[in-house]
Design a protein around this ligand. Structure first.
Ligand code: AMP
Ligand code: ZN
Length: 449
């Protein structure tokens, strides 16, 4: 069995994550689920950035200690990923629990003469000492301003220069500092991910993910620090997801154009429809968030759920002889598309073609119970990757009360007593039961909350 070691940049826990962030986490979830489906044993590490410029500012603004402040958002993050049916990582290292590893890595860079202490007491990475600097984001080192330095965590390519590995304490940091061999201070954001990824996955690992906004400076700097320290290749494959946008602009806290998952849930949206929406565009394509898009996602998810529910009723006495072929075709097309750099658009199209094909066989009552079980098996394999159908409640759960009401309504309809039939439909609706009239008679299912 092949093994994959993957590291994904986790949330900066200074606020609730917005759905742009979840686009990144859902792409990573899809990638991981697909690798597992293809029999890889995946070790997944996702860090929690609980110390950086933003968390310090946030905790000071609220007037609470850093840890208390970040713990709150860590807890919220875990609640959110559960609601979105994201498979948990194997390890969630917190930056504040790994200061010794970061100090050791910085010391190694100092010994090699690649890191130096500035007159401000902070320690910087000297980009001109690492000849491969820029290879990930294709920034040119000769464009860098010689001797210039940047100490904030986030900055633009145009401002690229020696960056801070360790930031000497200043009054702005308040009571947030560690006293170490490097002096009193705190780590820069980039060194955190180098130290934590290599600790849990080794000096070279397979896949590193994050949003495209992280490519520079974060991932460029991670690569430089790690490779300069170890002399080895840091990451075999970088995979960056494009942004979720709102009206053509990146969804982000700083633009104020964001929706948190919690906002959308409060408005009554189905979290699994949100999952579907954020996952269903290819990860390297930008896409715009709209509420109409969310409605279509909800309809798609309901279609899949109803289809699986419907399979339980199949009882065709004559087989069309087509089911095995449809299954083989759908499985091959879905798999081939996912193998092709996670081409989710084509994979989903093949899934919905399959649903349509089987639905027409079900309409003609030509799906046997055993064929239905095979179809259900394929749907379960698809859902191990998509995570949107879940355990559909089977009709066996039909209580005697609902059954009796459905039959009573049928009798009323036969007697052309439309008023009574309608009243029963309303009564069932109030119980969360939705009726569907089909060629095979009345079918019912539970409305999803
Ligand atoms: P942060 O919490 O800011 O560290 O971001 C967590 C992850 O979300 C990172 O991988 C970011 O690159 C990613 N991200 C941030 N904004 C967006 C967006 N609008 N669309 C997609 N991914 C994003
Ligand atoms: Zn990171």
């Amino acid at each position: 069995m092949g093994k994959v070691r993957m590291y994904t940049c986790g949330p900066t826990v200074y606020d609730f994550a917005h759905i742009g962030n979840f686009r990144a986490f859902l792409f990573e979830d899809l990638l991981k689920r697909w690798l597992i489906q293809r029999d890889f044993r995946v070790t997944h590490v996702m860090n929690l950035t609980d110390i950086d410029d933003k968390t310090i500012k946030g905790s000071q603004k609220q007037g609470v200690p850093l840890q208390q402040f970040t713990d709150f958002y860590v807890k919220a993050f875990f609640e959110d990923i559960k609601v979105l049916n994201i498979k948990p990582a194997d390890v969630y290292p917190k930056a504040t629990d790994h200061i010794p590893e970061m100090v050791a890595l910085i010391k190694k860079l100092m010994v090699k003469g690649i890191a130096y202490k500035g007159e401000d007491g902070s320690i910087y990475f000297s980009v001109c000492k690492f000849s491969d600097y820029g290879k990930l984001s294709h920034i040119k080192v000769d464009e860098l301003k010689a001797g210039a330095r940047v100490s904030q965590d986030e900055y633009a390519k145009e401002d690229a220069q020696d960056f801070a590995l360790w930031k000497a304490w200043t009054a702005e940091d308040g009571d947030v500092y560690w006293v170490t061999e490097l002096g009193k201070g705190r780590p820069g954001w980039h060194i955190e991910c180098s130290a934590m990824s290599m600790k849990y996955l080794g000096e070279t690992f397979d896949i590193h993910c994050g949003g495209v906004d992280n490519m520079f400076p974060h991932h460029e700097n991670e690569t430089a620090q790690s490779e300069a320290a170890t002399g080895k290749k840091f990451v075999n494959y970088w995979m960056h997801n494009e942004h979720l946008q709102v009206e053509g602009k990146k969804m982000s806290k700083s633009f104020g154009n964001f929706h948190t998952l919690r906002d959308l849930l409060t408005k009554g949206n189905d979290p699994i429809a949100i999952r579907y929406l954020l996952m269903s565009t290819h990860y390297r394509q930008q896409f715009n968030f709209t509420f109409e898009g969310l409605e279509s996602a909800k309809a798609a998810v309901d279609r899949l759920r109803n289809f699986v529910r419907r399979l339980h009723e199949a009882d065709g006495k004559e087989s069309s002889g087509k089911v095995a072929n449809f299954i083989a075709k759908a499985e091959a097309c879905f798999g081939g598309s996912m193998d092709d750099d996670l081409n989710i658009g084509i994979a989903l199209a093949s899934l919905f073609d399959f649903v349509r094909e089987i639905n027409s066989l079900l309409d003609a009552n030509t799906v046997s119970k055993s064929e239905a079980a095979d179809i259900g098996g394929l749907m379960m394999r698809f859902d191990a990757v998509l995570g949107v159908i879940g355990k559909v409640e089977v009709e066996e759960a039909l209580s005697a009360d609902i059954d009796a009401l459905v039959q009573k309504r049928e009798a009323a309809r036969k007697a052309k007593n439309w008023k009574e039939a309608d009243e029963i439909r309303v009564q069932l609706k109030a119980m969360g039961i939705v009726l569907e009239d089909t060629a095979q008679g009345v079918r019912w299912h539970k409305e999803k909350a």
